[in-house]
Structures are given as structure tokens and as C-alpha cells.
Design a protein around this ligand. Structure first.
Ligand SMILES: [Fe+2]
Length: 174
């Protein structure tokens, strides 16, 4: 039994504000990739889909004179740290299992090494899955953050993903 569904997350005002900011299409695409990789690699599909959907929820908009400033972003970005915290708060508010909320939050924290000054991170399978899923949807110049989608269509895609996750869980139980 899942405590929180993808559509619950999507409907919450925190997700509406911040997931939309960094690109709803990218968030949904990464959620689907993460689900698929988790299924292939025997990881938890529910945690993977949630971490995939929320991985960029910590983004700040580094604009200067109306344009994205990569230099500011590169120097000051902590979106994975902020995202881990924001996603955790959101999940707990929605009633997520705290063990799962922590696992998802850590997968968001380690989904990129763009903000680390170097050195190797040893990732858990779930943490690697989110990194791979994100990289699979990256486009040059960051344009993956700007693709548009209607709210209704986004909701339906997440509903479909919920259904797929339910099916995996049902199979595990039976
Ligand atoms: Fe991303």
C-alpha cells in the first residue's frame, strides 16, 4: 500500500510552485525513466518515480537582465541540497512514510555532482537511478527545463504512472 500518490504530490501547492519552475515535462520524463530503471534493476519503483519527479524541486532562478546566468548558477547553485529538504518537507506533509521520505530526499541530494567541488560519491542503487534518469533527459543549453505541458495532460501522465506503480506493488504482494 502506498501512502502518497504521484497525483497527490502534483496537486500540492509546493510542487505546483517549484516543480513547474524547473520544468514539469522534465520532472515527469525523469519520473518515468526512474520508474523504468528501478523496475529493471530491482529497486523500489515508487521511491524512484517520486525522487525522479521531485529531483529538481530545489532550483533557484539565476537570472540577470532577464536571461539565465550560467556563471551565477555554476558558482552559487545548491539545488540538490535545497531540493532534498523541500521534497522531504512536502512528502512528510502529505503523509509519506518517514523511511521512504528520507530515502527519496537522499536520492535527490545525490542526483548530481554539479555542486560538489570534486571527489567521488558512492551512490546507492536508487541514487544512481535518479542520476541516470536525469542525465537521460538532459538537453544542450538546459532546454529540457523549458518544455511546456498542459496541467490536465501532466495530471493524466502521473495518474498513469501511479497505475503502473500499483501494478508492480500488486505483483509483489501476490
Ligand atoms: Fe534534472
Amino acid at each position: 500500500m502506498r501512502d502518497v500518490r504521484m497525483t497527490d504530490i502534483f496537486a500540492h501547492h509546493i510542487a505546483q510552485k517549484y516543480v513547474t519552475r524547473s520544468g514539469l515535462v522534465h520532472a515527469i520524463t525523469v519520473a518515468y525513466y526512474a520508474y523504468r530503471f528501478a523496475l529493471e534493476q530491482g529497486a523500489d519503483v515508487d521511491s524512484a518515480a517520486k525522487a525522479g519527479f521531485l529531483h529538481d524541486i530545489g532550483h533557484h532562478t539565476w537570472y540577470k537582465n532577464g536571461k539565465w546566468d550560467y556563471e551565477l548558477y555554476r558558482q552559487n547553485d545548491i539545488h540538490a541540497i535545497k531540493g532534498a529538504e523541500r521534497a522531504h518537507k512536502l512528502l512528510i506533509r502529505l503523509g509519506e512514510n518517514p523511511v521512504k521520505a528520507k530515502e527519496i530526499s537522499l536520492a535527490i541530494l545525490f542526483h548530481t555532482d554539479s555542486y560538489f567541488p570534486g571527489g567521488e560519491i558512492v551512490r546507492t542503487p536508487l541514487q544512481s537511478i535518479i542520476k541516470q534518469a536525469d542525465e537521460k533527459d538532459e538537453e544542450p543549453g538546459g532546454s529540457h527545463h523549458y518544455r511546456k505541458i498542459e496541467q490536465n495532460r501532466a495530471y493524466r501522465l502521473l495518474e498513469r504512472l501511479d497505475h503502473k506503480i500499483d501494478q508492480v506493488y500488486e505483483k509483489k504482494i501476490s
